[in-house]
Design a protein around this ligand. Structure first.
Ligand code: URA
Length: 433
């Protein structure tokens, strides 16, 4: 088999065979196929696309290029969730204990963040002493005992994807739906869950800015999951403004804990219940969506979900007194109000700019070696549709710098205030099964 023929075949819009795709992935991972031929093929895929079968074969080949996590020691049907990434997205911290509280095991391998705010692990480390490094044995024992564990990704998962993603990044071939879908799903599938709920974000703060692109990506990922024997559902949710009111690390943990204690932050609570209900349905614990939703909601109201969160923190060495008294979470030195310059209604909030403003404060990393400052962040006082008077605070910056001028400017640029009242954006756009 020759790489040259595979490139020409895809260039001409023909379907590649399993053997050809595997030849490429194996050869490229081992270093037998050079970057220039891999770039030519990814560019051909960019223009010609892939069939669902080709995409599934590509994904499986990327999974097989490295280790996979064996979760067979866990009792029960394991459901994972994955978000394509958004600002203020702390849904995992709510959904994990919530789903665990109805008896479904949640075994979550997560990463750190590069960008606006920390990743799941960085946010969790805002809880004093909480450990995210643990042996595989301890991870599995924790899931079996507490139904929930979150650990740092170990092992060499989907190395083919790592290499290909880096290549796509510098050759203008990131924005190909089959390549994105295969990339995300290869890492999910290597992490071992039986079923997967995808939270595909759409809007100004999302990877996919239009609903059509987000739905297409969701469809690609659901197809891959189904083709490779994992039940997969995608929820398309809005990211035209940050989710909830808090953006940062410690303050996001605080907001998640408050939801588990029954506080109603409308968008965050609704989306969390939606995702948790689909996870519970996939685990076949309930007969209907309505039954799942009701049981999960009841476990927020009766304190069970919060109890699972507390037990999870304790099991991973975290200081539970911080969870019992959320004011003990790390806090920044200064609170700086960013005030509206005119009367009107909030008509848009550029989520990405809010994320960048939080990063400037130290809540995220600009380079992979940066340290996260867990106490800094942003509290939004106004969201889309809210009325605002000149001089009223749009947000409060929690900062260790008394002025934080860059962040103040970024927040002012992020808000659009108009004279006409606008409706709140739709939160859940579609469910793709
Ligand atoms: N995230 C990934 O993991 N892969 C892509 O290709 C794009 C976003």
């Amino acid at each position: 088999m020759r790489m040259y023929d595979i490139i020409v075949k895809k260039r001409d819009g023909k379907e590649l065979t399993k053997a050809e795709i595997e030849f490429f992935v194996e050869g490229y991972t081992k270093g037998d196929i050079p970057d220039y031929q891999a770039s030519a093929l990814t560019m051909a895929i960019y223009f010609q696309g892939m069939t669902p079968e080709e995409t599934a074969i590509l994904t499986q080949a990327m999974v097989d290029s490295g280790e996979t996590i064996d979760l067979s020691g866990i009792h029960g049907h394991i459901v994972d969730k994955h978000s394509t990434g958004g600002v203020g997205d702390k849904v995992t911290f709510i959904v994990g204990p919530l789903v665990a509280s109805v008896g479904i095991p949640v075994a979550k391998m997560s990463g750190r963040g590069l960008g606006h705010t920390g990743g799941t692990l960085d946010k969790l480390e805002a809880i004093r002493d909480l450990r995210i490094e643990m042996s595989k044995k301890e991870f599995i024992e924790n899931v079996n005992t507490h139904k929930l564990a979150v650990a740092g990704q170990t092992g060499n998962l989907a190395p083919a994807d790592k290499k290909l993603y880096a290549l796509r990044d510098v050759t203008g071939t990131v924005d190909s739906l089959p390549l994105i879908a295969g990339s995300i799903m290869s890492k999910k599938l290597a992490s071992g869950a039986d079923s997967i709920v995808l939270d595909v974000k759409t809007g100004s703060g999302a990877f996919m800015k239009t609903l059509e692109d987000s739905e297409n990506l969701a469809r690609e990922m659901v197809n891959i999951g189904q083709n490779l024997g994992r039940n997969t559902v995608a929820v398309i949710s809005d990211m035209n403004q940050p989710l909830g009111f808090e953006v940062g690390n410690a303050n996001e943990i605080k907001e998640a804990a408050e939801i588990l204690q029954g506080k109603n932050v409308e968008d965050l609570r609704t989306l969390s219940l939606e995702i948790a209900s689909h996870m519970a349905l996939l685990a076949e614990v309930f007969d209907s969506y309505e039954e799942a939703y009701e049981a999960l909601e009841a476990n927020i109201e009766n304190g069970k979900a919060f109890e699972y969160f507390r037990n999870f923190v304790q099991a991973q060495g975290g200081d539970v007194s911080v969870i019992d008294d959320l004011t003990k979470l790390p806090q920044a030195q200064y609170d700086i109000e960013v005030k509206a310059e005119k009367d009107g209604f909030v008509s848009a909030i550029d989520a990405e700019s809010i994320g960048i403003a939080a990063m400037y404060l130290g809540a995220g990393r600009a380079t992979k070696d940066d340290e996260i400052n867990h106490g800094v962040g942003i509290t939004l006082n106004k969201k889309i549709g809210d009325e605002v008077k000149a001089g009223e605070a749009l947000v409060v910056l929690h900062s260790d710098d008394a002025e934080a001028l860059d962040s103040v400017q970024k927040v002012l640029d992020a808000y659009t205030i108009s004279t006409e009242k606008v409706e709140k954006p739709t939160l859940i756009h579609n469910i793709i099964k």
